[in-house]
Design a protein around this ligand. Structure first.
Ligand SMILES: Nc1c(C(=O)O)ncn1[C@@H]1O[C@H](COP(=O)(O)O)[C@@H](O)[C@H]1O
Length: 174
């Protein structure tokens, strides 16, 4: 694995959040998780890792994720989406799964692959597609904010700003 990949390449310190995805094609979806974390000032390390195509890379990442300094893993995958569950099986860190919208089955295949974990190895499963990617980032930030009061304040501010943007009444022009 290219240890210099991801947005942490110049910072040296391990990012608290690792965003992993099964393919380059998932970045269109997973970039929304990255952007949400950026807006909250949470560092993230973004990697392409596939249980199917790069199994050794997955084992190395998942088994080393905690010691590498990550605190939460966001895993996005589409179709036969084994990545989040296999990652969760090999790390004690919380894993949030994002079902990427597939062409053939609109992401329902991805959702079912990720959500139906057997008891004992949890994956926190989000919505299909962009909403799931954004919410995975917000959930990861909420976990980190339990021990980071400054981040908790930024999360509160994010929600307040979101609320302020919602008009009281619908508009014909909007
Ligand atoms: N579901 C997985 C896994 C995995 O679970 O390990 N590896 C790749 N993929 C998925 O295959 C889809 C198509 O990938 P390509 O676009 O590269 O053909 C992607 O959504 C990816 O997440």
């Amino acid at each position: 694995m290219d240890e210099s990949s991801g947005n942490e390449r110049s910072k040296g310190a391990a990012a608290p959040v690792a965003i992993i995805m099964g393919s380059q094609s998932d970045w269109q979806t997973m970039r929304h998780a990255a952007q949400t974390l950026d807006a909250l000032g949470v560092a993230h390390d973004d990697r392409i890792i596939s249980a199917h195509r790069t199994p050794d890379r997955l084992v190395a990442f998942a088994k080393g994720a905690r010691d590498a300094g990550h605190r939460v893993v966001i895993a996005g995958a589409g179709g036969a989406a084994h990545l989040p569950g296999m990652c969760a099986a090999m790390t004690p860190l919380p894993v949030f799964g994002v079902p990427v919208q597939s062409k053939a089955l609109s992401g329902v295949d991805s959702l079912y692959s990720i959500v139906q974990m057997p008891a004992g190895i949890p994956v926190g499963t989000l919505a299909i597609g962009q909403a799931g990617a954004v919410n995975a980032a917000l959930l990861a930030a909420a976990v980190l904010a339990l021990h980071d009061p400054a981040l908790a304040e930024r999360l509160d501010a994010f929600r307040a700003a979101q609320t302020a943007k919602i008009a009281d009444h619908p508009s014909d022009e909007a």
